[in-house]
Design a protein around this ligand. Sequence first.
Ligand code: HEC
Ligand code: HEC
Length: 281
Amino acid sequence: MEKTSFLLSMMVAAAFAATASIAQADESASLEIEGETFVTKTKAPAHAENLDEIYSGWVFRADETQTLQTDDFDNPGFVFVDTAMDLYEEVDGTADKACSSCHENVEDFKGLRAAMPRVKDGKVQTMEEIINNCRTEHMGAKAWKWSGTQMSSMVAYIGLQSRGMPVKVAIDGDAKPIWEQGKKLYYSRFGQLDMACSNCHEDNYGNMIRADHLSQGQINGFPTYRLKNAKLNSIHGRFKGCMKNIRAEPFKEGSDEFKALQLYLASRGAGLTVETPSVRN
Ligand code: HEC
Ligand code: HEC
């Protein structure tokens, strides 16, 4: 290991240790939204072999952040759900259609988010790709940017239809090799800090890293409204941020690497409930 990266690793190690005793969040709190109780901790699925229990990222957030998610009027993510409700009815493209022209009831998408991403004909399919496929192939409209406001809002609106349902993605059959690729990436070290996702989210969840309380990096809450940037954040946008933080060159949003990682992470969260749109810091 070269000297700078060694020093940086030591800095990270010091950051973990120095503040490990500061308890910021109420880890025993239970999440209820509109009278419905969410599964924020449960037994880990067998294929997440190094974990006994899995926890939603909500568990590790400070009290005030947790509270914002318990009421849809306080949850700033719902501003974007409203945006998506308008977009859903808006005619766009050469076919003169809106989403609602073909999908009259958005409730019909109930269950879809809980099973995403899915693998079709040997390829991972994310919600972003399904939506853009409808825009370009069925509407004659332009594709939306992966992490743009329109896309994140629509992904949240469709995801909301599955809120409260347990995550359950298929990882067998032709999903298996992609899942294996995602797993490999999860445990691979990247960047100047030479760290893997697992070093933070598996080995150190529950500890503090500087001012941040580390979670297991679950994705059941995405898209997530972050107080830090005051917008909805996509799953791949978050992966990018974490890779930048370890001074690695991130993969691209929509890349095969991030899609494989997404499938693997979704499978590690099997049994947690969909919280879309969640609130994080
Ligand atoms: C002209 C009709 C048409 C329009 C308009 C349309 N879609 Fe679709 N949509 C389809 C068809 C057909 C499918 C089935 C798969 C396919 O062929 O792409 C589909 C599939 C989907 C699915 C996956 C459903 C499932 O359970 O697998 C979602 C989600 C979706 N569309 C969302 C949207 C959104 C959001 C919009 C607006 C941006 C939209 N669609 C516009 C025709 C349309
Ligand atoms: C140096 C430590 C570190 C590494 C390595 C790291 N992350 Fe993170 N990650 C964080 C911190 C800090 C947060 C914000 C607090 C939290 O939710 O854990 C975070 C948040 C997340 C979240 C959001 C969880 C939620 O509930 O909102 C996801 C998903 C995530 N990381 C995935 C990854 C992936 C995938 C990798 C590997 C490519 C990775 N992280 C590598 C530190 C790290």
